[in-house]
Design a protein around this ligand. Structure first.
Ligand SMILES: O=C(O)CCC(=O)C(=O)O
Length: 291
C-alpha cells in the first residue's frame, strides 16, 4: 500500500495553494507537526485522568463499528453531549470479565469532551484550526463531536471503511474530520487508510433514527477499490483533515504499540443538520463554534 503525502503544518494553520490543491484532489490533508509535544502531553495526561476515574463495572458497553449492537444501548445513544467510555470487543473473556487492565481495555471516549472538559476545549478551540476551517469552506463552523480513539496494543479493533457523513449528516454534506495523532501511527499499528479522490463519489450509507430505532440505510452502491487505498502514516502531532465523503478506516492494531488518536468533527451551520442523526444534544448544551 502506498503512503500518503504529508505537508509540514503551517504555523498559523492557513493552507497554501499546494495544500488546497491536495485537499481538493484527495479529500484529505496530512499536516505533520500541527500539535506540539507539550499540547499532546497535556491532552494525554487528561485522557489518563478520565480513564483513572472511570469505573469499568459501571458500564460494559462495547463499541464496535463492525456490529451496530451498541446502537441499542442507551449509554451510547445518550453520549452525544457527555463524556463516556466505551470498551473494546476483545477486552472480555467468555465469562464477560476484563482480560486486561481498564487502561488497556477501552476503545474510545466520546462524544462531547470539547464542550465539557477544559483541556479538550483548549486543544480544540485553537485559533489555527479556526483559520483552517475557514480555508476549507466551513464559514460557520460548529464543533459537534469529539472522540479519543485508543487503538490498544493487540486488541485495538478495525474501524471499517466509512464516510463520516454517514454518521453526521447535513444537507448538503459539510462534516469535516480533524484527526490528531497523539502517538505515532503507521502501517504496523493500524494507521488511517483512505481512498484518495473518492470524496467525489456519493454518500453510500446513512446511520440514523427511524422512530426509536437506529438503523443503517444504503443510499448508493459503494464502488470503493480497496487496491487504491493509501496509508495515512502520521507521526505524533500530525493533523489529518478528512472530507465528510472520503471513505476511510483503519486496520486492527495487532502490534505491541498503542496508537492513540483524537478526532474532532465539525459541520457548517449554513447547512441543515439532519434531525434524525444519531448524535443528539440537550437544549441546554447548544453546539458552539471555535470561540
Ligand atoms: O482513528 C481511527 O482509526 C478511525 C477514526 C475515524 O474514522 C474518524 O475519526 O472518522
Amino acid at each position: 500500500m502506498k503512503t500518503a503525502e504529508r505537508f509540514i503544518a503551517p504555523d498559523d494553520g492557513r493552507l497554501d495553494d499546494a495544500m488546497r490543491a491536495a485537499w481538493d484532489r484527495d479529500g484529505f490533508l496530512a499536516l505533520e507537526g500541527f500539535k506540539s509535544p507539550a499540547e499532546l502531553a497535556e491532552l494525554r495526561a487528561r485522557v489518563d485522568e478520565i480513564v483513572e476515574t472511570f469505573d469499568p463495572d459501571s458500564v460494559r458497553t462495547v463499541f464496535s463499528t463492525q456490529q451496530q449492537s451498541h446502537a441499542a444501548d442507551i449509554y451510547f445513544r445518550e453520549s452525544g453531549d457527555k463524556v463516556r467510555c466505551f470498551f473494546e470487543a476483545g477486552a472480555f473473556d467468555d465469562a464477560g470479565e476484563l482480560t486486561v487492565p481498564k487502561q488497556r481495555a477501552l476503545n474510545k471516549i466520546g462524544h462531547a469532551m470539547h464542550d465539557l472538559d477544559p483541556v479538550f476545549d483548549r486543544f480544540c478551540r485553537d485559533r489555527r484550526l479556526a483559520g483552517m476551517a475557514g480555508d476549507l469552506g466551513l464559514a460557520e463552523p460548529a464543533l459537534i463531536q469529539s472522540m479519543v480513539i485508543f487503538k490498544q496494543p493487540r486488541i485495538g479493533g478495525e474501524v471499517g471503511m466509512h464516510q463520516d457523513a454517514t454518521f453526521l449528516h447535513t444537507d448538503p454534506v459539510s462534516v469535516t474530520g480533524f484527526w490528531f495523532a497523539l502517538e505515532d501511527a503507521d502501517a504496523g499499528n493500524g494507521c488511517l487508510v483512505a481512498l484518495p479522490g473518492a470524496h467525489r463519489g456519493p454518500l453510500a450509507q446513512r446511520f440514523h433514527y427511524c422512530g426509536d430505532d437506529l438503523r443503517m440505510d444504503r443510499l448508493a452502491e459503494q464502488h470503493w477499490d480497496e487496491n487504491a487505498l493509501v496509508a495515512l502514516e502520521a507521526p505524533a502531532g500530525t493533523l489529518v483533515v478528512l472530507h465528510g465523503l472520503l471513505p476511510h478506516g483503519s486496520a486492527p492494531n495487532l502490534s505491541a504499540r498503542s496508537r492513540q488518536a483524537f478526532a474532532l468533527h465539525v459541520y457548517d451551520r449554513r447547512t441543515r443538520w439532519s434531525a434524525d442523526n444519531w448524535l443528539r444534544r440537550s437544549e441546554d448544551m447548544p453546539v458552539r463554534g471555535f470561540s
